[in-house]
Design a protein around this ligand. Structure first.
Ligand SMILES: Nc1ncnc2c1ncn2[C@@H]1O[C@H](COP(=O)(O)OP(=O)(O)OP(=O)(O)O)[C@@H](O)[C@H]1O
Ligand SMILES: [Mg+2]
Length: 233
């Protein structure tokens, strides 16, 4: 069984009479436990593909299996369950809730799953500690640096121990050093939990953390290079 099997995925955006084809037959498979990086020019459809893989957006056609489940056959409710329980997201622009403190942001998925406030706080505190932000638990996103917000978003994505992480440019707003640091941390948390990951990035300096790098071009995904022996394992 693949963690992700996306077969012949097509997606176009329509604005009035204008149709923009973005994905034109994507075939993309990811093994359980694998970390695959996705690169490609701006506008090539990386975020679109990630949203489809995460069941946030529906493809026009094609087949998508997540851990063997045929996503198109699920009811809307089961799809939401799959998304909440098995998939962790790190969004391109963090998507933190501005009015909530760091710890409350991390606790959001737990509360959605019905955890009590106390239990959710204890778990969220563990994750904040793991990303080195124990001292920022009460800070709100507006008072934190981009790197700190990025780490809160990573903590939130991992808080429910998802089987799949989808991260859209998790180091985009960081300088080189903090980018490396955040990625090393993300990678070690992913490894500890045996998580499968798809990471969109423009940053070749973090390729060392990938098992495999794929490229989006002309609406399709191609393998870009074979995993190297020193691929960060
Ligand atoms: N909601 C939308 N409605 C219409 N067009 C869209 C929409 N979202 C994206 N697009 C278009 O689809 C194409 C792919 O966008 P997407 O965001 O997937 O690219 P990307 O590879 O993630 O780019 P970047 O590297 O800049 O984040 C672009 O041409 C974009 O303008
Ligand atoms: Mg994008």
């Amino acid at each position: 069984m693949h963690a992700i099997a996306a077969i012949d995925i097509h997606k176009s955006y329509r604005r009035g009479a204008t149709v923009t084809p973005v994905l034109t037959g994507v075939d993309f498979r990811v093994e359980p436990g694998e970390s695959v990086f996705l690169v490609g020019p701006s506008g090539s459809g990386k975020s679109t593909l990630l949203s489809i893989l995460g069941c946030l957006l529906t493809a026009d056609s094609g087949r998508l299996e997540i851990f063997g489940q045929d996503v198109n056959r699920l009811t809307a409710r089961s799809r939401s369950e799959l998304r909440l329980r098995k998939i962790g997201f790190v969004f391109q622009r963090f998507n933190l809730i501005q009015g909530l403190t760091a710890i409350d942001n991390v606790a959001v998925p737990l509360r959605l799953c019905g955890w009590s406030a106390g239990r959710a706080w204890r778990r969220a505190a563990e994750l904040l500690d793991a990303v080195g932000l124990a001292d920022q638990a009460r800070a709100r996103p507006g008072c934190m640096s981009a790197g700190q917000c990025q780490r809160v978003a990573i903590a939130r994505s991992l808080v429910l121990q998802p089987e799949l992480i989808l991260a859209d440019e998790p180091t985009a707003s960081l300088d080189a050093d903090s980018g490396q640091e955040v990625m090393a941390l993300f990678r070690s948390l992913i490894r500890q939990q045996g998580v499968t990951a798809v990471v969109v990035t423009h940053d070749p300096r973090i390729f060392v953390y990938a098992d495999r790098v794929c490229e989006m071009a002309d609406g399709q995904v191609r393998s870009r290079e074979q995993p190297s022996e020193s691929g960060g394992r």
